[in-house]
Design a protein around this ligand. Structure first.
Ligand code: NAP
Length: 307
């Protein structure tokens, strides 16, 4: 099939991202094998019942043997142990990639143990939801979303090109980026916002004066969006912060400074400062919509009644 050179794709970990890859492969008419595995029997069972892999095997080693593309789809903090487990089973000429949300630490953990003759090309789909697990995937997850590759200096260009074509066939726009730059950019666009959402939901939870029913019934769009983000997988996000420490702390430091300046403006009744600030931020939202990365429909296009 055009676009994909691989004959057997191994998915190690069967959560949101892996199940979406499998479903997107099926949608694309991929005729090769898709072999999946996860550490728990329960996840393997659910994935088997849903049938998006051509084969489910019990171990990561069994999935790796004979595969020409191996995709690590586990939390960032688990990448190293999983890679150590499978390195002896990687086929010469195979490509090993990952979908981890942090890149520099994953590369530092994995690059030293990749055998010669295996192409290690790290990646990160900028696509996701707050749902996780083997039943959470859907075929269109990567459509028109960015997939960032962070090849190593000595990565084989053909291996990089083949992986690029793979993700493009799944619907993604592919770009290449330096790992450290990736981590800083994602700290701004994803990691710090998640931490802020977690904090805001935690504040509402701690605030005894606002009852649970008030929070739920009166939650305006802002807070509701925070609760959606704060419902994301705890293990995944624990690992993101532990492994993207420097960039996240840098952005949170800047965030705190800005927050203090807005706090002072409110205290001092500095309307012009607030208005100028909010005008600038509104333009950023417009830019995201113009770039086709979100909808301009009110309330993100959601129906008025909960679905
Ligand atoms: P998920 O739905 O929570 O699934 C995680 C999978 O990893 C499960 O199959 C789980 O196995 C397995 N796993 C968890 N801990 C493990 C460990 N210590 N050793 C071996 N396997 C382990 O996760 P996901 O959302 O697909 O995320 C997977 C990766 O994609 C993460 O690195 C994440 O940073 C990245 N990512 C996520 C998003 C997103 O929005 N969710 C977006 C882009 C990238 P069991 O089910 O058997 O426990």
């Amino acid at each position: 099939m055009s676009g994909i050179v691989y004959k057997r794709v191994a998915l190690i970990g069967l959560g949101l991202i892996a199940s979406s890859v499998a479903l997107a492969l099926r949608r694309a008419g991929f005729e090769g094998e898709v072999v999946g595995t996860a550490r728990s029997a329960e996840t393997r069972k659910v994935a088997g019942q849903l049938g998006y892999c051509t084969e489910i095997v019990e171990t990561a080693q069994a999935a790796t043997k004979g595969s020409d593309l191996v995709i690590l789809c586990v939390p960032v903090g688990a990448m190293r142990a999983v890679a150590e487990d499978i390195v002896g089973c990687l086929e010469p000429g195979a490509t090993l990639t990952d979908v981890g949300s942090v890149k520099a630490q994953v590369i530092a953990d994995l690059a030293p143990i990749i055998p010669d003759g295996v192409h290690f090309v790290p990646g990160h789909p900028i696509a996701g939801t707050e749902h996780s697990g083997p039943a959470s995937g859907f075929a269109s997850l990567f459509d028109d979303r960015w997939l960032l590759l962070t090849p190593l200096e000595d990565s084989d260009p053909t291996a990089v090109q083949n992986l690029r074509s793979f993700w493009e066939t799944l619907g993604a726009n592919v770009d290449e980026i330096e790992p450290e730059h990736h981590d800083l950019a994602l700290a701004v666009t994803s990691h710090a916002p998640h931490l802020i959402a977690y904090t805001m939901v935690g504040v509402a939870d701690d605030l005894g004066r606002v009852t649970a029913s008030e929070v739920i019934n009166y939650s305006a769009a802002g807070f509701r969006d925070f609760t959606r983000i704060a419902a994301s997988d705890p293990v995944m996000w624990r690992d993101v912060f532990l492994n993207n420490k420097a960039a996240t702390l840098e952005i949170l430091g800047r965030f705190t400074e800005e927050l203090f300046s807005l706090q002072r403006a409110i205290r001092q009744g500095d309307g012009p400062l607030l208005e100028e600030y909010f005008t600038r931020t509104r333009a950023i939202r417009r830019g995201i919509i113009d770039a086709g990365q979100d909808t301009a429909a009110p309330n993100f296009g959601r129906a008025k009644t909960p679905d």
